[in-house]
Write a protein that binds this ligand. Structure first.
Ligand SMILES: [Fe+2]
Length: 306
């Protein structure tokens, strides 16, 4: 079983209806799908790979060798207790936003990643419009909800991760299993080194590396907006013994002030029960910060109570 691969360029041609249906299926049945021919140039993607890997080598790798997960792993290996490292991830990570500090030393990193983020944000908005249409919502509904009404207040962040080789991959996760808190996630993962898995029907399935594809997955807020039609899925990263995996995830998330609730159109039209509370995203994030690696249902309960 492999997650769906969808040719996004076919949205503009004779196969539009079929492609819309494929995306609807990806959202409803999987929560994960891969887009090819998504309109981001290969030339740009090649540069993104190059500057990210160079940045890791130049500005990050040495620090990882002195990092907390490295020390914790060494401790449990020395103890030989057979226990697994449960509260850490074997991951080097930093986040790019419009207004935070970016790595400075790697030639071309800033320019390339700024260009990439701009393209990815546009792709996120296109994907959200497809979701609007598939859900029967007015065009722009999801974007507007995540922006808290009018304007451009949504959070758009890009998480640059590297998963270095690990001598004891059975003792630690690259990234522990979780569902994503936010809206739409666009992932540019390593061409060759796998490790990302998503949970479907109780089974962990590899998100197969596919050169220059963009993997889309939906977060908890899309689940709420869609009143449960589009569920956020558990996923995790396993580590490799011999190779570093690169993974660049961009998040189109609500602004912290945005109020999130099931779309009234979906509740009324379909005569559905309202399955989720109405809450301010900031409150959800304070619960998520404590409970990221736990099931999401108690998070919805916790914000219901606020
Ligand atoms: Fe995630």
């Amino acid at each position: 079983m492999a997650i769906p691969v969808i040719d996004f360029s076919k949205l503009n041609g004779e196969e539009r209806a079929k492609t819309m249906a494929e995306i609807a299926n990806g959202c409803e049945e999987w929560g994960f799908f891969q887009l090819i021919n998504h309109g981001i140039s290969e030339e740009l993607l090649e540069r993104v790979k190059k500057v990210s890997s160079e940045c890791y080598k130049l500005e990050r790798e040495e620090n990882f060798n002195n990092s907390k997960p490295m020390k914790l792993l060494n401790e449990i290996v020395e103890k030989k207790s057979g226990e697994k490292l449960e509260n850490a991830d074997w991951e080097d990570v930093f986040i790019l936003q419009d207004d935070n500090e970016w790595p400075q030393k790697t030639p071309g990193f800033r320019e390339t990643m700024a260009e990439y983020r701009c393209e990815l944000k546009k792709l996120a908005e296109k994907v959200m419009e497809v979701m609007d249409e598939n859900l029967g919502l007015p065009k722009g509904y999801i974007k507007k909800s995540l922006n808290g009404g009018e304007g451009e207040n949504a959070f758009f962040g890009t998480k640059v991760s590297h998963y270095p080789p690990c001598p004891n991959p059975e003792l630690v996760n690259g990234l522990r299993a979780h569902t994503d808190a936010g809206g739409v996630i666009l992932l540019f993962q390593d061409d060759k080194v796998g490790g990302l898995q998503m949970l479907k029907d109780g089974q962990w399935i590899d998100v197969q590396p596919l050169p220059n594809a963009i993997v889309i997955n939906t977060g908890d807020q899309i689940e709420v907006l869609s009143n449960g039609r589009y569920k956020s899925c558990w996923h995790r990263v396993l580590v490799s013994t011999d190779r570093t995996r690169r993974s660049i995830a961009s998040f189109y998330n609500p602004s912290l002030q945005a109020t999130i609730s099931p779309a009234p159109e979906l509740v009324e039209k379909e005569n559905q029960q309202v399955a989720y509370p109405r809450f301010v995203f900031r409150d959800y994030m304070s619960v998520y910060a404590e409970q990221k690696f736990l099931p999401k249902e108690p998070r919805f309960q916790a914000v219901r109570a606020i």
